[in-house]
Design a protein around this ligand. Structure first.
Ligand code: KIV
Ligand code: ZN
Length: 527
């Protein structure tokens, strides 16, 4: 991206490209209530290949026979261009098992780790730093020999995020493991305790201290909800391998969410190897496979994150709809394979732009002036309903407010007469409630006769009705009535004047017919 006028630049990568290394099948899996079996792991693995990640940590071969079998199986499935890794503690048994399982892959990697923070060495490993460093070096050397010249070795300093007080020792250990054969140095924020910039400064120091042929990786956990920020900023500080997980699955609050990192880096103008159009579908699949639901406000993929409910946001969203940059949207839905970018929903806080968008979206005609008239009625309905209005509720208010607004004859219900002869129609006629009873060959004929009680005589020219697709509409039927005025009740009177077409829809077919009649009558009465 070009230098900005303020000197603050979004892209400071100097042309570096990220290497996405996914840990869903290892860190994500180890945190699941029901860890995946081989068959389930294969589904996730294939999805990761579709997503285009460059490295996949497929498991921890030494953890259990099931994990060993899945690492071995996925290693055999791996394509030529993807790094496939097994985790191994810095102990010979783990490393040997990792080697045996992973060597089937075209690009195998053993990822070994040990805690180098003062707290971890003293309280968890209970070993002197010099001994821990020695173990790290020996482990890397063993990984190298187990791989026999194939693939590569990654070394992680577990709890790196807690190593601000012994950073020189950690860097010194990195130099030694690099000499022993590691080419990827991973810096985990094993527990997120502090602030992103502290971690990023430490990353910067490591990047500056290590030889250029070494890849620096970051692996951050989301205990305080800042893992994405930490990973993205670490990339711009010089880390190239970004360790992430699908749906942010991982220990405790999870690992860095791959989707968020990929999109943020893309938005900053950095070329991204991830096939981002697969993101939305992947997130839904992984949620199903892991049985971990997606929070409705989850960035990018949550069900509700495309909704705009306040008037100010709805106005900005509709004015910038279809534009590359949206007033209130971080990405176009298309970018992540999500059909929807902005959804305008109506609540009591919504404005007239929202009304215009929503009603148009429902396939009903509306002008901006009409939207301004409809908005207070919808607002009142939303307050009464106690929240967001459904499409059906919006349509009902639309018809009551706009279609029947100036109607002298408002139909409000009907019932069959108790004696079985005809029907009674409840109407408001020039502001007055009335019950009009009529009989005939059916409800339509009965209705035509009922309105004669208020001195109205109509002639039905033609009448049609069609069933509506139950999938696409909450209405069962739509009826059209072609009627014209017939000024006198006597049989010989001639119909006169123009023919109008009344329309009616309803979940009940009979009501759709009667609504069509009233709609036509009102058109005639309006002149
Ligand atoms: O979070 C962590 O420190 C890890 C290491 C094994 C890399 O997952
Ligand atoms: Zn981890």
């Amino acid at each position: 991206m070009d230098d900005s006028k303020s000197g603050i630049n979004i892209d400071t990568s100097n042309g570096r490209r990220p290497f996405f290394y996914d840990v869903t099948l290892r860190d994500g899996n180890q945190a699941l209530r029901n860890p995946w079996n081989l068959h389930e792991k294969e589904k996730v693995f294939r999805q990761l290949l579709k997503l285009g990640v460059q490295g996949i940590e497929v498991g921890y071969a030494g953890a259990s026979p099931m994990d060993f079998a899945s690492v071995e199986h996925l290693a055999r499935l791996a394509p030529k261009d993807v790094v496939v890794a097994s985790l191994a503690r810095a102990v010979p048994r783990d490393i040997e098992m990792a080697g045996r399982a992973i060597l089937h892959a075209p690009r195998p990697r053993i990822h070994t780790f040990i805690g180098l923070s003062p707290f971890a060495m003293e309280n968890v490993l209970r070993m002197e730093p010099a001994k821990v460093a020695q173990k790290a070096v020996e482990s890397v050397a063993l990984c190298k020999s187990v791989l026999g010249g194939k693939g590569d070795v990654q070394f992680s300093a577990e709890h790196f995020g807690d190593s601000m007080d012994n950073l020189d020792f950690v860097i010194e250990t990195f130099h030694r493991v690099i000499e022993a054969g590691a080419t990827v140095i991973n810096l985990p924020n094993t527990v997120e305790r502090y602030r992103p910039l502290v971690f990023v400064e430490m990353v910067r120091k490591v990047v500056a201290a290590l030889p250029k042929h070494v890849t620096v990786a970051v692996h951050t956990h989301n205990d305080l909800g800042m893992a994405t920020a930490t990973t993205v900023e670490s990339f711009f500080a010089g880390a190239t391998q970004l360790e992430c997980a699908l749906n942010g699955l991982g220990e405790r609050a999870g690992n860095t969410n791959l989707y968020e990192v990929a999109v943020a880096i893309h938005n900053c103008g950095v070329e991204n190897p991830v096939n981002m159009r697969e993101i939305y579908e992947t997130s839904l699949q992984v949620s199903e496979w892991s049985r971990v639901p997606i929070y409705e406000k989850a960035p990018l993929v949550g069900s509700d994150v495309v909704a705009h409910r306040s008037g100010i946001h709805q106005d900005g969203a509709s004015k910038t709809q279809g534009m590359k940059k949206g007033a209130y949207r971080a990405v176009e839905g298309d970018l992540i394979g999500r059909g929807e970018s902005d959804r305008i929903a109506f609540t009591s806080q919504s404005g007239k732009s929202a009304v215009h968008e929503i009603v148009k979206g429902l396939g009903l005609p509306i002008t901006l002036e009409e939207a301004a008239v409809l908005q207070p009625a919808l607002k009142a309905a939303s307050e009464q309903a106690g929240g967001e209005l459904s499409d059906a509720q919006i349509k009902a208010v639309y018809f009551d407010t706009l279609v029947n607004r100036n109607a002298p004859l408002v139909f409000s219900g009907m019932k069959a007469n108790a004696d079985g002869d005809g029907f009674t129609f409840k109407v408001v006629w020039n502001g007055e409630q009335k019950s009009l009873s009529g009989s005939g060959t059916g409800p339509v004929d009965a209705c035509m006769h009922a309105v004669e009680q208020i001195g109205m005589y109509f002639h039905l020219v033609e009448y049609t009705q069609q069933a509506l697709d139950p999938e696409g509409s909450e209405f069962a039927a739509e009826a059209l009535s072609q009627i014209r005025l017939q000024r006198k009740a006597n049989a010989g009177a001639q119909p006169e004047g123009p023919v109008v077409i009344g329309r009616g829809k309803d979940a009940d077919t009979v009501l759709a017919n009667v609504r069509a009649l009233f709609s036509g009558m009102n058109l005639l009465l309006a002149g």
